[in-house]
Design a protein around this ligand. Structure first.
Ligand code: PGA
Length: 243
């Protein structure tokens, strides 16, 4: 592995302002050396900027600017000094009907704004059971990333999140995660001719992180539920940062 493993916290639509204040007090006791990225609700992003960790937004608009009530553009995110954006999280694909085309458009706008991208991909339980995982992942990767130049692709990392593992307490075996990450890296290398970092996400917690961290080709983790509890998230970070 070329660089240090990273930990990204996707806090989703959780925590009130009062809870965020307490959260910040806990996380601010530590230096992070940019190995950790916090993705809180957009409202709280300014509280997280300018520290020793990175900050990401959970989603950006598929439009550049203008009359799109309630949306936040990539350019606005960049102008608030954010480092990156999640794109294509399965919850966005499922509940907000984001297609591969929308995902690609969001990546394009993020790169134009000089915002790094964490592209989320993953298969459903049904796709896994019918042995379609690799086919689904390949389609998501190729559709999202085709046509970008090498210098643009270098600003993208992939988060592999099996949908059936998100928020369920279930994870694939370490062997399966390793094989799937290898497959993703090979697809990217073969079709786009670059090496891309791949994170794992889906029920990562303070109990399984030491075991997951044995997987040799993993470049880090996207943590959902466990990132909303500062003490649990700190335990995960410690395992990864101190390895
Ligand atoms: P989880 O969520 O850690 O709660 O499974 C991961 C994610 O959705 O990014």
């Amino acid at each position: 592995m070329a660089s240090k493993r990273i930990v990204v916290g996707n806090m989703k639509m959780n925590l009130t302002a009062q809870e965020i204040n307490k959260y910040l007090k806990v996380i601010e006791k530590k230096e992070y050396n940019n190995q950790v990225i916090f993705c809180p609700s957009s409202l709280y992003l300014p509280y997280f900027v300018g520290k020793t960790y990175g900050v990401g937004i959970q989603n950006i608009a598929a439009y550049e600017n203008g009359a799109y009530t309630g949306e936040i553009s990539a350019l606005q995110a960049k102008s608030m000094h954010l480092d990156c954006t999640l794109i294509g999280h399965s919850e966005r694909r499922e509940y907000f009907k984001e297609t591969d085309e929308v995902v690609r458009q969001k990546i394009k706008l993020s790169l134009q704004a000089n915002l790094k991208v964490i592209l989320c991909i993953g298969e459903t339980e049904e796709e896994r059971d019918s042995l379609k995982t690799y086919k689904v992942l390949k389609k998501q990767i190729v559709n999202a990333l085709k046509g970008f130049e090498e210098k643009e692709l270098k600003k993208i990392i992939i988060a592999y999140e099996p949908i059936w593992a998100i928020g369920t307490g279930k994870t694939p075996s370490n062997e399966e995660i390793k094989d799937t990450i290898s497959f993703i890296k090979d697809i990217v290398k073969d079709s786009l001719h670059i090496n891309m970092s791949v994170l794992y996400g889906g029920s990562v917690n303070e109990k399984n992180i030491a075991s997951l961290n044995q997987i040799e080709n993993i470049d880090g983790y996207l943590v959902g539920g466990a990132s909303t509890k500062a003490d649990k998230f700190m335990k995960i970070i410690e395992v990864v940062v101190n390895q």
